[in-house]
Every structure is written in structure tokens, then in C-alpha cells.
Design a protein around this ligand. Structure first.
Ligand code: SAH
Ligand code: SF4
Length: 363
């Protein structure tokens, strides 16, 4: 049975403070259920700064809980960067053990505020064009470590009378390699009694972990699914993305077909445009052939050069030519707005600049 959002939150927060779970924390401080509800509401709905600001609790209790290590935030900013147009803000955030993750806020001319969150510190999948992948895997994030990235920017926006409109799991890490914590984080983001962001405003992006695509199809939720495709044939995809040697394109595309059949929801395919690698007219035709006739949408992503990148970005005009071929073949396609390039807003880049390479995991 699925746990409710409040239980997910208090269990996680209690564990971070060194308790076995929420129940043992509640027992220690004789917290009734309504007290936990007050704490949860203050942290996730009212976006209070911390336990000490929750005035419905006695001062004594607030002090005791703080002394015991209960925190609303599981992360603190280490470095913040703003793009020149100030539409993109990138945060390097340190978790309680000092491990750092990246979270990015993208403001689309005031009407949409999208936050790109990380699901893991680092990533074990080793995609060749990705700074996170090249840095290796550090550790899994808990549900509240994921959720608190959204809380961080929600608090920042609130001060300007704004709110988060969309969340994308496109930061560091592979969401489907940390499946349970990511689903718990989705429950926290979505809870109408808490943070209250609609499922349709949340998108999970996966490198293509086939068994988890099937599991996700069974969840009966309205969270959007995006697949990092990036190459239209196995030879190229295996070169760029080691995951393709485990689950090839045929297996990936059948999982997507099963997903659409079961959920009747659209699948978004991401395709990062690398000059001279995957951006030829022939590649566009191959991509169109893979996608045509299904409830699929292609999203072409301008490449953000990484520090020691061996790739370069496809020129914009060529991206539009590529898009035109796909569109002419009857496949819906968009080109991603290219935000925050001047601050290396491709995920993994800020951390790559400030931290030595993490352990390279054997995927
Ligand atoms: N692991 C997941 C989600 C995180 S990556 C996944 O791979 O889907 C989010 C997206 O950013 C992916 O589509 C990824 O391929 C893309 N990406 C990675 N590095 C990039 C870069 N340097 N420039 C542009 N997009 C990049
Ligand atoms: Fe990991 Fe996604 Fe980067 Fe690949 S693109 S290395 S799966 S974060």
C-alpha cells in the first residue's frame, strides 16, 4: 500500500535526525498526529523557514525538536548563479552530509516557473555528453532531499509573490534508478494538503530503464514521461549512452508503446543536438521513422558544452532544419528554449566546476 505524503515526510525527517522513523520521533516527544500534521503543513504548504518559526507549537517543543535535529530543509545553498538575462538561476546545494547537488529555476517571462531537480547525487549511467554522467555516482537522495530542492526555490519565489508552476526531474541523476524515493517525492510535491502541485505539471525524464518504464505505466498517475533518446539507431546510441547496450532501441520503443497503450498518455522524446554526431538529415529521417504514428512528441535540445567537452553544439539554423524534417514526417516536434547557457545550466556542470570527480561507478 502506498504511504501518505505526511508519513513519507516525517519518516524521512526523523531518519535524517537519527531516529528509526517518524513513530519513534513522535514517541520521544509525545507528538500526537495533529502535531505532526502541523509540522508537515508548515514545512510543505506554508513554506515556513524552520521548526522554530512554527508558532502553533510551544517554544519549548520547538527548541526540543530543533535540538534533536529535526530540520525543514535538508539542503543549504553553496553557490548561486544567475544568467545574464536573470531568467535562469542555478543553485549548488549542499545536503546535510556535505554532498552537493544542483537545482535550476527557469522563469519563462513570468508566466511559467519551472524547477529542474536532481534525483541522485551524480549518476552511474555515464552518458558521454553529460557532465553528471562523466562525474560518476555519489549517492541516492531521499524523498525529502529531492522535495526540499523544490521547497528551496518555492520559498525564493514566494518572496516575490510567485510560485512554481512546473517541476522536471532533469537535474543530476537517473530518476528510475532511485525509483521509490522519486515516487515518494512526487507524492510530496502533489499532495493537495501540502505542496499541491498538479501531477500534470511534473515530468520525469529517464535514460531508458525499461523495467521501470513498465512499472511507471502501472502507477496510474498523470505525471509526464520523457525519454532521453538522443540517437535514432543502436550503433550511435550505444556509443553515446552505455545504457543502450543493456536495453536497445527496439526494447525501449516497445516499452514506450506499452506505456501509451496502458496510460493513453503522450511520451516526450528528448534529443540533444551534437554537431556532426547525431544531427544529419539522415538521422532526422531515422528519428521520424522511429516515432511516426504514435502518441509521441520530439523535443530537440540545444547542447550545453561541458567543461572538458569533446562535443560541440549544432548551430541553431541546423536544429530548425532537423526539426522541419521531423515535422514534415508528421511527428510533433519542439525545440527547447535555450536558457542559461552562459551559466552552464546543463545539469552537472556547476558541480563539475567546483568539485573533484566523484567515484566512477560500475554501471
Ligand atoms: N538521467 C535522466 C534525467 C537527467 S538528464 C535522463 O538522462 O533523462 C536530463 C536531460 O538533460 C537528459 O535528456 C540529458 O540527456 C540532458 N543533458 C545532459 N547533458 C546535457 C548537456 N550538456 N546539454 C544539453 N542537455 C543535456
Ligand atoms: Fe545520467 Fe541522465 Fe546524464 Fe545519462 S544524461 S549520465 S542518465 S544524468
Amino acid at each position: 500500500m502506498k504511504r501518505d505524503a505526511r508519513t513519507i515526510w516525517i519518516d524521512d525527517k526523523a531518519r535524517a535526525a537519527g531516529f528509526a522513523d517518524g513513530e519513534s520521533l513522535a514517541r520521544r516527544f509525545e507528538l500526537k498526529a495533529y502535531r505532526i500534521a502541523q509540522l508537515y503543513r508548515a514545512a510543505t504548504k506554508e513554506l515556513a523557514p524552520g521548526v522554530s518559526g512554527v508558532s502553533v507549537l510551544s517554544k519549548e517543543l520547538r527548541e526540543q525538536l530543533t535540538a534533536a535535529g529535526l530540520r525543514f530543509d535538508s539542503l543549504a545553498p553553496v553557490a548561486m548563479q544567475h544568467s545574464n538575462d536573470r531568467q535562469t538561476t542555478k543553485g549548488l546545494l549542499a545536503l546535510r552530509d556535505g554532498v552537493e547537488v544542483e537545482t535550476v529555476l527557469m522563469q519563462h517571462f513570468g508566466d511559467r516557473n519551472t524547477v529542474c531537480i536532481s534525483s541522485q547525487a551524480g549518476c552511474a549511467y555515464g552518458c558521454t555528453f553529460c557532465a553528471t554522467g562523466q562525474g560518476g555516482f555519489t549517492r541516492q537522495l531521499s524523498a525529502t532531499e529531492i522535495f526540499d530542492q523544490a521547497r528551496f526555490f518555492a520559498r525564493d519565489l514566494l518572496q516575490r509573490g510567485k510560485r512554481i508552476t512546473n517541476i522536471v526531474f532533469m537535474g543530476m541523476g537517473e530518476p528510475f534508478a532511485n525509483y521509490d524515493a522519486v515516487m515518494d517525492a512526487v507524492s510530496l510535491l502533489n499532495d493537495p494538503h501540502g505542496f499541491g502541485l498538479g501531477q500534470r505539471h511534473i515530468t520525469i525524464s529517464t535514460v531508458g530503464v525499461v523495467p521501470k518504464i513498465d512499472r511507471f505505466a502501472d502507477e496510474a498517475i498523470q505525471v509526464n514521461l520523457a525519454i532521453s533518446l538522443h540517437a535514432p539507431n543502436d550503433e550511435l546510441r550505444s556509443q553515446m549512452m552505455p545504457v543502450n547496450r543493456r536495453w536497445n532501441l527496439a526494447e525501449l520503443m516497445s516499452a514506450c508503446e506499452r506505456y501509451v497503450k496502458k496510460t493513453n498518455r503522450k511520451v516526450f522524446f528528448e534529443y540533444v543536438m551534437l554537431a556532426g554526431v547525431n544531427d544529419s538529415a539522415a538521422n532526422a529521417n531515422e528519428l521520424a521513422a522511429l516515432m511516426r504514428g504514435h502518441l509521441y512528441h520530439a523535443n530537440l535540445i540545444p547542447y550545453n558544452a561541458t567543461p572538458d567537452a569533446e562535443f560541440s553544439a549544432t548551430p541553431d539554423v541546423k536544429i530548425w532544419e532537423f526539426a522541419a524534417i521531423i515535422e514534415a514526417a508528421g511527428v510533433p516536434v519542439t525545440v527547447r528554449a535555450n536558457m542559461g547557457r552562459d551559466i552552464a545550466a546543463a545539469c552537472g556542470q556547476l558541480r563539475a566546476e567546483t568539485q573533484p570527480k566523484a567515484r566512477k561507478a560500475t554501471a
